[in-house]
Design a protein around this ligand. Structure first.
Ligand SMILES: Cc1ncc(COP(=O)(O)O)c(C=O)c1O
Length: 371
């Protein structure tokens, strides 16, 4: 069998090529490329999916975090609590807002922020907390809010659009229960653009107005500037593509869940392999299907030799990144994050994976364990 990629965007494109062609041609015919009708329709669509009153498109998931911090007046002298086992942007945006990232460890089962550790990281300078919904599963937002009363929650939902979690008896969507939720439409996400794109979600009208202003140089009216903002807009071509893809998102995420369930059953008897934590009250969308394996590096070599796509998200936790050495963290500071970095490996879980490809992945992983 030919090599199996970690993600096959060409297979997805083949299934929607004609619709995307029509949508893109429509924008080209109009020649209106920045914000506009498609962007507003896409904002309405994602707001409806996410159960949020307001949705503001922007240039990337990274900018969505940065604008969220700015809208909350977070800057120099302020601290923002975040897990170190996440994509770099979570903490990079805190730094770029002028604030100080304060890391706390993760729960080993879900890879998400440990609420008790978040509470312990609070100081008089704490201005926000950033739970990350890693790999597509919503963090324990209700516990984070309970232990950090009065602290705004910026939910980094870059990997979890459409995921849901039962909170106080109600099913809440990714981004819905936060002060501001942030999304990424990076091409590898469950809803991926054909370039960079992002979005901010909120239920708060004042924050919505501020976010709208911040994405267009800090002015509500063209050429009048209340504050210094950014050029961070979602463009019409990306919105047109994303509007087409939004129609398929739930089916694609369901296909990812089915692939994940298949793997989890197929790996159940493997010694030492920990499959992803699942919970019907916390519906995972499996942006990544991530195993924990103690002999991880040997498995990586094996998968490479066998042509099975894989990746390590993330090999070095953020508190140990050279750019954050100024924060003064040492190896050993966050044992669960560091152990996760040594043990994780993500496997192909994309919706277009064929049954034959899935079985091949299972056979190759099992082969490594001599099963
Ligand atoms: C957890 C997390 N936060 C933030 C981002 C940043 O998003 P973007 O790449 O759209 O800037 C990403 C994705 O790349 C992510 O996975």
């Amino acid at each position: 069998m030919s090599p199996i990629p970690l993600l096959d965007l060409k297979a997805q494109y083949a299934s929607i090529r004609d619709e995307v062609g029509v949508a893109v041609t429509g924008v080209l015919d109009e020649q209106r490329f920045i914000l506009g009708e498609q962007v507003e329709a896409f904002e309405r669509g994602v707001g409806a999916l996410s159960h949020t009153r307001y949705a503001v498109g922007c240039a990337s998931g990274t900018d969505a975090l940065l604008l969220a911090f700015r809208a909350l007046d977070i800057g120099r002298g302020d601290e923002v609590i975040a897990p170190p086992f996440t994509f770099f942007a979570t903490a990079g945006a805190i730094h770029n807002a002028g604030a100080t990232p304060v890391f706390c460890d993760i729960e080993p089962r879900t890879f998400n922020i440990d609420p008790a550790a978040a509470a312990a990281a609070r100081t008089s300078r704490t201005k926000a907390v950033v739970p990350v919904d890693l790999f597509g599963q919503i963090a324990a937002l209700e516990s984070v809010t309970a232990v950090l009363p009065g602290i705004p929650v910026v939910e980094d939902a870059a990997q979890s659009i459409g995921a849901s979690r039962v909170i106080a008896g109600q099913r809440r969507m990714a981004g819905e229960a936060a002060t501001i939720g942030t999304l990424s439409f990076f091409p590898s996400k469950n809803l991926g653009a054909y370039g960079d794109a992002g979005m901010m979600l909120t239920q708060d009208e004042a924050l919505f107005k501020r976010l709208m202003r911040l994405r267009t140089h800090g002015g509500a009216r063209t050429y009048y500037h209340d504050e210094v903002g950014y050029n961070s807009r979602l463009d019409a071509l990306q919105a047109a593509v994303l509007l087409v893809k939004l129609r398929y998102l739930q089916d694609w995420s369901a296909a990812r869940r089915a692939n994940a369930a298949y793997y989890t059953a197929a790996f159940a008897d493997l010694p030492d392999v920990v499959t992803p934590h699942t919970d019907p009250a916390n519906e995972h969308i499996f942006n990544q299907y991530t195993l924990r394996v103690p002999r991880r590096d040997a498995l990586l070599e094996h998968l490479k030799a066998q042509g099975i796509g894989h990746s390590v998200y993330y090999p070095l936790p953020l508190h140990l990144q050279p750019c954050f050495s100024y924060l003064g963290y040492r190896a050993g500071a966050f044992p669960e994050s560091e152990r996760a970095s040594r043990e994780v490996v993500s496997l192909p879980v994309f919706p277009e994976l064929t049954a034959a490809q899935r079985d091949e992945v299972v056979a190759r992983v099992r082969g490594f364990f001599g099963r």
